[in-house]
Design a protein around this ligand. Structure first.
Ligand code: SAH
Length: 538
């Protein structure tokens, strides 16, 4: 009668994180073989079993003993912390079996029971640091030549993997983690977030958030897992977070603009995707150092060369200066609606063949520029007398041309509004329309907030519904607000909206919901005829 080998990973160390099957398997077995510390951790589960734990520090000897016992008919539980298949006993058990000519169908039965590995348990305590592509590297050079470990650290560092270092340090092995830090610093910023987790889910659990530069100032030992973030990982409220994807779009107000869910799947938001071969091709001769491959085969060959160490372009390729999409809007001025030919030439030069220019209903040209130097772009646009605005959920001021500058009286107010409030981040985009006379031919009353200058004072309109079949103008809430007061009044309204609106709540909906803003009462402006509102795209 052949016995059975149950190779069990029992998770990080507390009972609650042991799987049901691991628990059963321990119950099922006749004997337990494991490192003493591990046996102690699960001692409550194993009363009445034969235990082989002490006197055997060698993992190989333990695996051999387990196989011997199973061949004699015993059900043997071989235990590892975490997952038995991650620097655990599973591989060793199979190696011993294979050496003896074992065959799956005829030999002793083997069941490997998965457990929660340290990379998972430690990540959970830190937040969500391994969200994106990650790897594990053991710094123990007992079973692996240091030269190979070094190569792996180098490759993982270059390729921007999140890295979990297992076995980072022991009493005798203290230099490895220092060498690892040195290699990482060649490729990643000293500020890169690092999480140190000691004894996750055990009594002496200890979590430290630090960075690549300072990580060695903290205690790291045999029971620590070191998690190194990638170039996008950040700390937030004592949590270490790696975003799901790379954010390559940014605008004026934020150096990194999170892509909205629907944007993530759009091609233009993903200039780095493999399929964008054409886009990449045009980047080839620019300052960017991404090597261009015509076909997947070429990529594969390049990858092979990298592994074989023949590629010089590898480190260039992964240097973190990918071009990003810089988005912003330009117009010739608040009152001025005329572009000069020189300005148009500058736009075409900056946007180039890879970027985009889009004419919008808001008197702007929206620019999308592939660049790794957004500040330089801004500088050039400002020098060319463009008015620049961010894009997204921000406040924009949309003024008329004041009859080609003839009716000048209200221009300073429009400019002051733009200077004070333009670009302000809000729950949803918000447009303030400023028109210089009672004709209001630039449609101020059709904006979220409309101001119309008439007889030396301002009329105020709030809550237009600017789009949809049930669109309607804003309601006039005040007439004749004096020029000294108008900026303050508008500012207060915007502040109240900013503070009280729900995320994504348009201004008209907000006004309808709260009924009163800065003392101005809401009246229902919805058309009395019932209009079916179609779903977008119908
Ligand atoms: N099979 C185990 C790994 C064994 S190697 C697993 O899958 O987790 C031993 C290394 O694992 C330790 O040096 C440490 O880096 C890590 N480790 C194991 N348990 C840990 C725990 N509870 N907390 C933090 N790190 C742990």
């Amino acid at each position: 009668m052949l016995g059975k080998l149950l190779v069990i990973g029992f998770g990080p160390g507390d009972e609650k994180h042991i799987t049901e099957r691991a628990r059963e398997a321990i119950q099922e077995s006749d004997m337990i073989i494991g490192y003493k510390t591990y046996v102690d951790l699960i001692k409550d589960l194993i009363t009445g079993k034969q235990i082989i734990s002490t006197g055997m520090t060698e993992e190989v000897t333990r695996a051999q003993e387990a196989v011997k016992q199973a061949e004699q008919g015993k059900k043997v539980a071989v235990i590892s912390s975490g997952d038995a298949g991650v620097y655990g006993m599973a591989g060793l058990v199979y190696e011993v079996l294979i050496e003896k000519g074992w065959k799956k169908d005829a030999g002793v039965e083997v069941e490997v029971i998965p457990g929660i590995s340290a990379i998972n348990s430690c990540a959970a305590l830190l937040g969500a640091p391994i969200m994106h592509d990650a790897c594990t590297i053991s710094l123990s050079d007992h079973l692996t030549p240091w030269e190979l470990i070094e190569k792996r650290i180098e490759a993982a560092a270059q390729a921007d993997f999140v890295i979990a270092f297992y076995n980072p340090k022991s009493g005798r092995r203290t230099r490895q983690i220092m060498e690892a830090q040195k290699i990482l610093l060649k490729h990643r910023s000293p500020d890169t977030p690092v999480g140190l987790v000691k004894s996750a889910y055990r009594d002496s659990q200890h979590v430290v958030l630090t960075n690549l530069k300072e990580m060695l100032d903290h205690e790291i030992g045999m029971l620590t897992t070191v998690i190194i973030g990638n170039s996008s990982t950040f700390f937030y409220d004592n949590l270490m977070i790696t975003p799901r994807g790379y954010q390559r779009k940014y605008t004026l107000t934020q150096s990194v603009q999170p892509l909205k869910p629907h944007q993530r799947l759009q091609r233009e938001a993903e200039p780095w995707a493999l399929e964008q071969a054409d886009a990449l091709k045009t980047m080839k001769n620019k300052e960017f150092s991404i090597p261009v491959k015509e076909s997947p085969r070429e990529w594969a060959e390049e990858a092979l060369n990298m592994i074989l160490g023949e590629s010089e372009s590898f480190s260039q390729m992964v240097k973190q200066d990918y071009p990003s999409i810089f988005e912003l809007a330009v117009s010739p001025g608040i009152a001025n609606k005329k572009f000069t030919s020189k300005q148009m030439l500058i736009l075409s030069e900056l946007v180039g063949e890879d970027g985009g220019m889009e004419y919008t209903p808001d008197h702007y040209i929206k620019l999308q520029i592939l660049t790794s130097e957004p500040n330089e772009i801004v500088e050039k646009l400002v020098q060319a007398d463009f008015l620049i605005s961010p894009i997204g959920d921000v406040l924009t001021v949309k003024a008329c041309d004041f009859c080609d500058g003839e009716k000048r009286d209200a221009i300073p107010y429009a400019e002051e509004l733009y200077e004070k409030l333009g670009g302000m981040e809000l729950p949803k985009e918000l447009k303030i329309g400023v028109n210089g006379c009672g004709m209001a031919c630039y449609g101020a009353v059709k904006e979220d907030i409309g101001i119309v200058y008439r007889k030396g004072a301002f009329d105020l309109f709030l809550g237009a519904k600017t789009a949809g079949r049930s669109a309607h103008p804003g309601q006039m809430v005040a007439e004749g607000i004096s020029p000294e007061k108008i900026i303050d009044v508008v500012e207060q309204i915007v502040q109240e909206y900013k503070q009280k609106a729900f995320p994504n709540e348009r201004f008209y909906k907000f006004f309808k919901r709260i009924k009163r803003i800065q003392g101005f009462e809401y009246q229902d402006m919805t058309p009395t005829i019932k209009i079916e509102v179609p779903v977008c795209g119908e």
